[in-house]
Write a protein that binds this ligand. Sequence first.
Ligand code: ATP
Ligand code: MG
Length: 645
Amino acid sequence: SNLQLRHVEGVVTVAAPPHAKGVTLGEPLSSDDALDPHHLRLVVPSHQFSQNALIPSPDKYLEMYKRSIEDPAGFWSDIASQFFWKQPWNAYSVFSENLDVRNGPVHIQWFKGGSTNISYNCLDRIVESGYGDKIALFWEANDPGVGATSLTYNQLLSRVCQLANYLKHIGVKKGDAVVVYLPMLMELPITMLACARIGAVHSVVFAGFSAESLAQRIVDCKPKVVITCNAVKRGSKTIHLKDIVDGALLQSAQNGDVVPKYPTHCEVEWVDAEDPLFLLYTSGSTGKPKGVLHTTGGYMVYTATTFKYAFDYKPTDIYWCTADCGWITGHSYVTYGPLLNGASVIIYEGAPNYPDSGRCWDIVDKYKYVTRYSRESLRILGSVGEPINPSAWRWFYNVVGDSRCPISDTWWQTETGGFMITPLPGAWPQKPGSATFPFFGVQPVIVDEKGVELEGECSGYLCVKNSWPGAFRTLYGDHERYETTYFKPFPGYYFTGDGCSRDKDGYHWLTGRVDDVINVSGHRIGTAEVESALVSHPKCAEAAVVGVEHEVKGQAIYAFVTLVEGVPYSEELRKSLVLTVREQIGAFAAPDRIHWAPGLPKTRSGKIMRRILRKIASRQLNELGDTSTLADPSIVDQLIALADS
Ligand code: ATP
Ligand code: MG
């Protein structure tokens, strides 16, 4: 069944779009679908898939969604009661919020007065309910066939307690910050859980960052301790992390194998639901990274619930999220969300293309089947971080998932704590490239530049009305920047910084960052739309577009294009790429300039840094801005060198 979902004053209505053509899970999407600019092609869950899903139908979703919006206190209290609370929260004010700067300081609180511990809920609670011998973590080493290991929930609890005892012994107390600079070892989630256990606030810094970037974060959050390891292998390289930390601290940190001596039992420090759990910096795609603060209770309830429904979690699943714990995805969907559900999680130390690009599928099969790369065990696929364009979606669906697995394209942010707009795989038909509908309790609104809410089919600035439990509570040490960045642009709403359009069936399409929107002769064009059109060309591997000043049009589109390996640049190809955009979107969106790119500048979490591309496009090479989160700075030089070719 196809659904149309509209918010009308908090009420949700459904209607079937008459034009919808479906492909049922199990059938491939054909290449004709590449030329489906109106997104008529739906991918419909099979009857069997839906029947076994936690949310089996649009009606069930709508029933739950409606309640989550009309009675958020009741909806979230019922879910929160499934966790362990030493003291219950104040039943008369499950949450309190002010998102409107005109009414005083912005504040968000959930389950205030409730006392709990997320580490207890991830570990002790699972052990006590009889699953102590279930595998909590599988660890897969960088080098295939070397050193793979696992920990049961019982064992993980012991390891967490040992480290917690050690941290207490060296003087770490409730509320102290602990910087964690570790690669994807089991010690990384262990450290996060050990901090949480004693009420310390962890701040994980992605282990690919330089001494300078690490030092900046240390200066910002003033930790009592920095936890690292001597070295890590990533791909064929060995990276000496401890040396980098020493460089950052300019003094030697405590060293040695001390932790195993500590007792395997550690009393839990009960904390208030609103006590801070962690501090984490955003990816730095649009500027200097922001130190996002999340608290305990609401984050716990929200990550657990989004994990459960977006991935239709079944206790027999083995779950793998390839994100690094240095990013929010690794916090919410490697560590907390899955463990709160008692899931078995794979942690992979290395790079996805080491020793070759089959490694991911090798790992998938290893944990289920023996045949090389059958991927038969896959049930659901996920995606996050950037808009997944329809071409990539089709590849993921047809090739990786054998046209069998729904894709949860999850839109969210470091700030939101958990998924905000995401498919619930058994509930509704998907459209390749759309993040679909809001999660329970989330009210996305699309506003125009004056902040007026738009209805029906529309395009504009993506905001969120009202709080949700996983929302961040402040930017660490800078509540003013928190209000200015997120709540002042459109008073009364949380402003996401992203553009979004809603189609006539109510599906949401993320169009890119609003700072990146290009205005050609009065047409506002999102980056995602043009990039999707470019990559639908069979010879285009990746594309990023930016606006440059234009005398007549105001702005013109400037496209950086990476070609499929082995394809040479040519004038003919340039024309054919421009033609593809003209045909799919219209002449107004046709790029004026194609800049051949051997690669694109990306953050260390893999996001395209269009602000740097804008500077290259306009040849403002002395104003590249904060480049500390750039994964490979040499790409920038290569692009500059190719600028006039
Ligand atoms: P910074 O805030 O420092 O510029 P960042 O916004 O890239 O960095 P993150 O919090 O890691 O930091 O990323 C969130 C952003 O990623 C979103 O605002 C959105 O632009 C993009 N994003 C995440 N998931 C999706 C998705 N499924 N579809 C489209 N865009 C997405
Ligand atoms: Mg951001």
